[in-house]
Design a protein around this ligand. Sequence first.
Ligand code: SF4
Length: 168
Amino acid sequence: MTQSKKRSDIVQDLVARLAATGETLLGRSLAIRHVDAGSCGGCEMELLSVTLMWDHLGRHGICMVDDPRWADILLITGVSSTGLAESARQCLAAMARPRFVVAVGDCAVDGGIFKSSSSVLGGAGAILPVDLVISGCPPSPARIISGLLAVLDANRVPSAPGSPAGRL
Ligand code: SF4
């Protein structure tokens, strides 16, 4: 078995586990809304690799959605910039509960390499209650899928509002 085949098997196993956990927690398929709050585009490249597997994800009932009213997970990439903070807040406000916020990439964790910029408020936690942060610049597709799985696993029993974010 080649190294890439092994990686592919690992990702497919993660996807199947993610779908099963989403089904257990939500009683239906899992919908994800992505918001780029101020990224360099690197995290989106990795997310693109995840979405290129959407065919496979879709078979398990996991999908990306445009309308936050349909979403269970708000996935944030990039720094929280002054220009996009309100859009991210409005996106979360439109989502029904249970809902989860996952910050993907070092910029979304704490501002990353851009944290000293005057137009950067910080990571996603500076503007939203975050359930899980996934570090990396950028994190790999397998790490992103593992993070989504972790946040669902951790919230089988919902946590109290304002509890600290987990970290992957
Ligand atoms: S974490 Fe790295 S790859 Fe992702 S948006 Fe920030 S600088 Fe770009």
